[in-house]
Design a protein around this ligand. Structure first.
Ligand code: SF4
Length: 287
């Protein structure tokens, strides 16, 4: 298999993303988010490594992609995790896209993206920054940049004309829903689009969360494994609770005039097909 892959090769009926390709310059991720789902299918995930001969392989694969293709960077790692400071794979890949007719959606939790600001201004791109908490960052995402650094990245990108959206997720019941609503108020003036989603439990991520927050473990076990719903190997909260958790974000987004979507929630009221990932913000012009 190559490094550029069709996103969601299983064609999940729950995914409302536009057709796109996915690309990870690094295998694994040093941000070490407790809730990360990728640890369940990628070995030694928290010990990231650069992809072998990444730039050489990717150059050839890009030539075979259809004109105007949408690439998502990255869905199973962070393209601006600490390894990027050493290897520059993400930057070198973006340089290959100058004056090319591809669309790039960059998904990151890192303010290191600001290093490439001048480059981003010359590429058809949009950026999606994920925020999960202010107060619990060091526990929930021990290797990732702080809330303040990410907020600063959102502001700078927006001020410099790079389309930026925010993901507020995962919403973990009884842990961060109130805080995420406060965060929405802070980021709303800087963004055009918001995506939210609830935590979907896998056994390994659930174990990490339960160990980090033992006082909530029993409640979560009930919510996910007793009262919840199971889809394709993931435990969801029951539908009514997902609806209740997401509705206040939807209402606030409406008040701020933001486009709004959820990710794999199977809640018709909040679906926003083809716009869920924020890639619709990518400009049409080739620089
Ligand atoms: S930044 Fe993303 S890929 Fe990296 S550990 Fe966190 S959730 Fe997983």
């Amino acid at each position: 298999m190559g490094y550029i892959q069709s996103f969601d090769p299983w064609k999940s009926a729950f995914c409302t993303c536009p057709a796109k390709y996915s690309l990870n310059p690094y295998t694994g991720c040093a941000h070490r988010c407790l809730y990360c789902y990728a640890t369940s299918f990628i070995k030694n995930f928290y010990y990231p490594r650069p992809k072998k001969e990444f730039l050489k392989v990717i150059k050839k694969e890009l030539e075979k992609l259809p004109k105007g293709a949408l690439l998502s960077l990255s869905n199973s790692s962070d393209p601006y995790q600490p390894l990027e400071k050493i290897f520059h794979y993400t930057r070198n890949f973006l340089e290959m896209l100058l004056r090319k007719d591809f669309k790039i959606l960059i998904i990151t939790k890192s303010s290191l993206i600001l290093r490439d600001l001048e480059l981003l201004k010359n590429i058809r791109c949009a950026v999606s920054i994920t925020l999960t908490s202010k107060s619990l960052n060091s526990k929930l995402e021990p290797g990732a940049p702080s809330y303040e650094e990410r907020l600063e990245a959102i502001k700078v990108l927006s001020q410099r004309g790079i389309p930026v959206s925010v993901r507020l997720d995962p919403i973990i019941p009884k842990l961060n829903e109130e805080e995420l609503l406060e965060i929405l108020e802070e980021v709303a003036p800087w963004i055009k689009h918001l995506t939210v989603s609830t935590y979907k439990a896998k056994f390994d991520s659930f174990k990490r969360l339960g160990n980090a927050f033992p006082e909530l473990k029993k409640d979560w076990e009930k919510l996910y494994f007793k009262d919840g719903e199971k889809y394709h190997g993931s435990f969801y909260l029951k539908k009514e609770l997902r609806y209740t958790l997401i509705k206040p974000f939807y209402e606030k987004a409406q008040r701020y005039g933001l486009s709004f979507a959820t990710c794999r929630e199977i809640l018709k009221d909040f679906e926003n097909p083809k716009r869920c990932d924020g890639s619709f913000l990518i400009p049409n012009i080739v620089y």
